[in-house]
Design a protein around this ligand. Sequence first.
Ligand code: ADP
Length: 579
Amino acid sequence: MKKLLIYLKKYKKESILAPLFKMLEASFELLVPLVMAAIMDPGIANQDLPYIWKMAGLLVLLAIVGLTTSLTAQYFAAKSAVSFAADVKHALFQHIQELSFGTLDEVGTSTLITRMTSDMNQVQNGVNMVLRLFLRSPFIVFGAMIMAFIINWKAALIFVVAIPLLSIVVFGIMMISIPMYRKVQEALDQVLGITRENITGVRVIRAFHQESQEEEAFHEKNEWLTRLQLTVGRVSAFMNPVTYIIVNAAVIALLWSGAVQVDENVISQSEVVALVNYMNQILVELVKFANLIVTITKAVACGNRVQSVLELKASQDYPEITREDEREKSPYAVEFKNVSFGYHASGDHALHNINIQIKPGETIGIIGGTGSGKSTFVNLIPRFYDVTEGSVYVDGLNVTAYSKEDLRRKIGIVMQKAVMFKGTIRENLLWGNENATDEELMKALKTAQALEVVEKKELGLSEPLSQEAKNLSGGQKQRLTIARALVRNPEILILDDSSSALDYATDARLRKALSELDGTMTILIVSQRTASIQNADRILVLDDGCIVGLGTHEELLRSCEVYQEIYDSQFKKEVQANG
Ligand code: ADP
């Protein structure tokens, strides 16, 4: 949490003014019982109507001034809390963008969303409440006690007994309930998690008719949350009755001793009333303070979770500028030298001792069963992950020597899952190259066989895409993502199973169009279908993270058993389907 508070520094002025104005408001509030006392005595006692009016006017004035200072304090507190939260969220967002794929896999998307939304809201609320109440409540409690001493020291002794008693009850209940609140927060997180998973997977749940099981699972978690909340609610519910008993007992004692002293003419009736008012003010403030502590506890817990995200190391360091001096003259566009890679430091490697050299302009097909390491292999080229052993070279330079911009500029990658963003088709395509003209966009669309997707739309390139491009089919999305990568006109184009949703004819046209490009682009095509890659210059066959074949289609058919099996299974299937 401490590291987050640094972001509050920028709003130092507001963060100091807010509690100051709150204390000012509290001072006016402490004056009210005195004015009330004055209305009774000498006002009512002497039946001095003008004096009573004057004092009533003073009360109204105190109220107006109190309201104004309170509003000002609220304004400053809200301003600093909201601006602080906005700054932290901004830093968080920026930090998340810098995290490596490995770290993102580990933390998980849903956790990051919770940290940025509900956790941040708690922190914001905590900061706001602290600025408003942290000084005000103790100020009123001690202020009221001092006022009581000013009025009558004997009666004030009752305050000296009542305040610690009240504090013990309030803070005792807090001590019991705060750990419970932590558990409630945990349970709430789990209910949120299960809700999110269910809502995102609602189609699958229905398709597999898992509604009742899911409902049961949700019910169980929700019940647990309810039970916890009820228990903590019951404990907290003790607060009001017990504190009221203590305060009322104190009021009785005040009236008792007050009555005796009034009788003896030591103090006036009005002073007794003022003392009772002070006692009530103390009660209200202590209860507020107790709630503030709950809010602070929650905010600190959430703040720590936010901080833990900010503390995640980027785990990949990119040089500011590409270390050109390390570049060796190399005839290869991409080279893997003894590369092994594991997603986790411990555990199995997903790739074992990979060696391959790819020449510029070459088209390489990559095939293998699911989980054989095809995506992992291509993800190492744009350095989405860092190799565990060995090195990957692009254009004679180790990928770790490239600045992020330079490396990404060289490579166009189309991922397995086609992701587009809300905005027009044009805006999405310009991600490839923000300076591309419409003509260049159309050319890329044509190569990607996506021209018809755009032409069918009423607004063409200006057609808006909904969130996650839900208004496009899987195949349409895939072709647009290919076009987006082509717009960049990259030196290396990687298609990671990105034609899986295309029919065979479109897939064939796409490959033909790619082969007709000017020939300098190195293309890596990952596919499950032999048909998609059989015309590639060379085909890399992966099995369980190892290279088991590398050569042309014909060569592999002769020499590579794994390739033969894949080819046979698909070829025979096609023959059967056609026959
Ligand atoms: P393919 O693309 O051939 O289907 P992948 O390269 O996706 O295979 O996966 C290779 C292996 O790495 C698999 O065993 C898979 O379980 C594992 N793997 C893939 N992605 C991750 C990840 N993000 N975190 C941990 N393991 C992963």
